[in-house]
Design a protein around this ligand. Structure first.
Ligand code: CAP
Ligand code: MG
Length: 399
């Protein structure tokens, strides 16, 4: 049976050679510990891991480690992570260690992947090639259900394709799902009667593991046409519970808040790539992966590879829609699309609701910026006869 192959960057401590460090990771995550033991029996050896390679890389080394597939309980994601991303991060013999990527054999991927994927979401919205424009209801928290619906209506008539709750809004008393969802969906129906366009609203259903599927079903019964989960804080199993619930027949938008605690340090933690692979395997239809010019830190080359992990042909799964979000506004659209391509969701919260003429104008400005890119016209030129875009570029520029 093929192995699971994990790739790590590491910096050994002063007393440890690179080979000893790689061996320590391998043993800790398979059948070893810090010392020889009297209870080891010869037949356990079939589960020993192997170090395939250790190569110098920058301030440290990169190693590929093979874990026998038999160690993994097929379909049990928490257990997979306990092996490839477990105790190793705390090993004293390593100054730093980062999980860069992980490859699973088919036998350990009994998951169906995204129900909708890029083409499925495009069919719901009615697009073929152009990037989708999304927005996040802002302020993050605090609006009443009625005012949330009012902001959603303005974004919809302005031309967004997708609206989501922010990552910290769930079911607080000031804006309960039972009131927020009907109000927003009524507003989107009104917008649709004016524009003829379907807009998805992703309700943040992040909750306790034993409540999340029920909360999603409640939101869908109330009319929600998409759901959202904060996959790091709620857990990968929460995403799996949503994706594998047959009655949940709407796209799943995956937010990654808390990811930067693991992904940001280039020497220690977990890179975005393994996270992206897991989210796609487990059924995320859309996933935030970052921007090339937004407010969060970014590494364009790594981001392109992370997006490829979402969209490449693998396991016969549908591709997940990469989401570029965080500090975006109409002046940044060209740079994002030029770098990332058009099979992308461009999301703007402040970049739409901060438009001087309000949310609908902000949405129009984002759509105009996308249309200018698709027409091969620079935004500044396009803005000459597109007032909302011109106002946005005057306020925020194009940098
Ligand atoms: C963006 C956002 C998203 C970030 C998350 C926020 O709002 O709603 O959560 O995009 O970052 O709360 O910051 P703005 P990432 O458009 O107003 O910045 O997508 O990198 O996970
Ligand atoms: Mg947010």
């Amino acid at each position: 049976m093929p192995d699971v192959i994990a790739t790590y960057f590491f910096i050994p401590d002063a007393q440890t050679t690179p080979d000893e460090a790689a061996k320590a990771i391998c043993e800790e995550e398979t059948t070893g510990t810090w010392t020889e033991i009297t209870t080891r029996l010869s037949y356990v050896q079939r589960l020993d891991g192997t170090v395939e390679s250790v190569e110098p890389s920058g301030e440290g080394y990169i190693t590929r480690i093979h874990f026998p597939a038999e160690i993994f309980e097929a379909g049990n994601i928490p257990q997979y992570l306990s092996v490839v991303a477990g105790n190793l991060f705390g090993l004293g013999r390593l100054q730093a260690v980062r999980l860069l990527d992980v490859e699973f054999p088919d036998v350990l991927v009994p998951f169906r992947g995204p129900k909708f994927g890029i083409q499925g979401v495009r069919r719901l919205i009615g697009t073929k090639r152009r990037p989708h424009v999304g927005t996040i209801i802002k302020p993050k928290v605090g609006l009443t259900p009625e005012d949330t619906a009012r902001v959603a209506y303005q974004a919809a008539i302005g031309g967004v394709d997708f609206i989501k709750d922010d990552e910290t809004l769930t079911n607080q008393p000031f804006c309960p799902i039972a009131e927020r969802v009907p109000a927003v969906m009524k507003a989107l129906d009104e917008a649709r009667s004016e524009t003829g366009r379907q807009v998805l609203y992703a309700v943040n259903v992040s909750a306790r593991a034993d409540e999340i599927a029920g909360r999603a079903l409640e939101a869908i019964e109330l009319g929600a046409n998409a759901v959202m989960v904060d996959v790091i804080t709620a857990g990968f199993s929460a995403l799996q519970a949503l994706a594998e619930e047959p009655a949940i027949k709407v796209p799943i938008h995956v937010h990654r808040t808390m990811h930067a605690a693991m992904t940001r340090n280039p020497h220690h933690g977990i890179a975005m790539r393994p996270i992206a692979r897991l989210v796609r395997m487990l059924g995320g239809d859309q996933l935030h992966t970052g921007t090339v010019g937004g407010k969060m830190g970014h590494d364009t080359e790594a981001l392109l590879e992370d997006n490829r992990a979402l969209t490449c042909a693998c396991f016969g799964m549908k591709p997940s829609f990469p989401v570029a979000s965080g500090g975006l506004h109409p002046g940044k659209v060209y740079g994002e699309l030029h770098a990332l391509g058009t099979d992308i969701v461009l999301q703007a919260g402040g970049g739409i609701h901060g438009h001087p003429d309000g949310t609908a104008a902000g949405a129009r400005a984002m759509r105009q910026a996308v249309d200018s890119y698709m027409a091969g016209v620079h935004a500044e030129e396009y803005a000459r006869d597109h007032y909302e875009l011109e106002r946005a570029l005057t306020l925020w520029g194009t940098g």
